[in-house]
Design a protein around this ligand. Structure first.
Ligand SMILES: [Mn+2]
Length: 275
């Protein structure tokens, strides 16, 4: 079975995930695991050996692991997306659907400036194809340190983090606007970049939810940080099963199945030989 998780934000003080061993039950019976970005923030205060420890934890437990990049771990691998079920399911972190990566963030303008500079340095690269956009966006995120050390959790850091998240009020409003529009953005982009994709799996906006748009589905896996919780997607037997991740003490478990979406190609239009 393939299981997809997203936005673990490991080593971030606001992540519910305090030790990787809490994930053991989520890895049982999994032969392929995709971590759909923001597994950790490897641009702020992490040593390469700490990233290696994370990698080792997963690869020693699951036969095939893909570390898909996110805006906080832009160089954890060179995998920016992945497909399964003959392309019917497509996963990517999700910032690629937004022109300025994190429209709700206090660092939006700084990232915007970086993007502008990289575009100027690469006139040959457009900003509309998936590969071009993600190359520019990941380059913008590399070496981009957070303004607060995510590992610190003393009161002054917590207050600073809250302030950087909610002031000015443009930021929470931009977050709500992103939640409102992300499904349409994902569906429209997928229709061009991955037209065969029917189930689009994202993270990034930390808003666990499933949307249906005509014959396409968008699943946001939420996050291990923040109050809204996280989903997983399990792919087996031509089905994508969305589960809520539940917690007991400090361990996570695959919880209730919220939805099951069939992953089968639409029936062929051609006539059978006997017709
Ligand atoms: Mn994230």
């Amino acid at each position: 079975m393939l299981r997809i998780l997203s936005d673990l934000h490991f080593r971030d003080a606001s992540s519910r995930l305090k030790r990787l061993e809490s994930l053991e039950a989520l890895l049982e019976g999994v032969d392929e695991l995709w971590l759909n970005g923001d597994t950790c923030d490897n641009q702020t205060g992490m040593k390469p050996e700490q990233v290696e420890e994370i990698r080792e934890f997963f690869t020693s437990r699951v036969a095939r692991v893909r570390f898909i990049t996110g805006n906080h771990d832009p160089d954890i691998s060179d995998t920016h997306d992945a497909s399964a079920a003959e392309g019917l399911l497509w996963a990517t972190h999700g910032d690629v659907f937004l022109d300025d990566i994190v429209p709700w963030s206090s660092v939006r303008d700084q990232l915007g400036e970086r993007i502008k500079k990289i575009k100027a340095e690469h006139p040959e690269r457009g900003f509309s194809e998936f590969a071009d956009r993600i190359a520019t966006m990941r380059e913008a995120c590399i070496g981009f340190r957070r303004e607060c050390d995510p590992e610190k959790k003393d009161l002054s850091h917590r207050v600073r983090r809250l302030l950087t998240e909610f002031f000015p009020p443009r930021q929470p409003l931009a977050m709500i606007n992103t939640w409102r529009t992300i499904a349409d953005r994902a569906v429209n982009a997928a229709a061009t970049w991955r037209p065969e994709a029917r189930v689009i799996v994202t993270g990034h906006v930390h808003f666990p939810r499933i949307w249906q748009r005509a014959d396409r589905w968008v699943i946001n896996l939420g996050a291990f940080t923040g109050p809204l919780g996280a989903f997983s997607v399990d792919v087996a037997n031509e089905m994508a099963a969305v589960r809520r991740i539940s917690w007991s003490h400090d361990s996570c478990f695959p919880g209730k199945v919220i939805n099951q979406i069939p992953l089968a190609s639409p029936p062929s239009q051609s006539l059978s030989p006997d017709a």
